[in-house]
Design a protein. Sequence first.
Length: 137
Amino acid sequence: MLTSELLHPTILRALANCGHGDKILITDGNYPLDSDTNEKTEKIYLGLKPGLPKVTDVLATLKSQINFEKAEVMTPGPGEQPKIYEEFKEILGVDDLSKLGRQEFYDACKKADNLKLGINTGEVRTFANILLTVGVR
């Protein structure tokens, strides 16, 4: 019996297959996971209902299992940034996130041959998408 926080077998398998530099995408419920990732990406739809699970729930659980060296977010543009960014920084223990414009973010996810895992959640907050690069221990 597993004793870690993460119990989802497909996510566990995908994480085990990740190496340094591979990417993992966690998205809100609005993200077009099928069309804005590539065919090599393992796609998991966790959305149970609006708001469950939240992107931050998934991020915290993944962070308990694997290290990340970079985090990129989809930004709405100049001006006020989504409040969820502060939660991302707190969970990851970082001071800053790399910001990509909306189309730039979609393109990065489509073109990344090393995007191993895409997890779609029930998150209802907009711009709650994060692209993570797997680090070393």
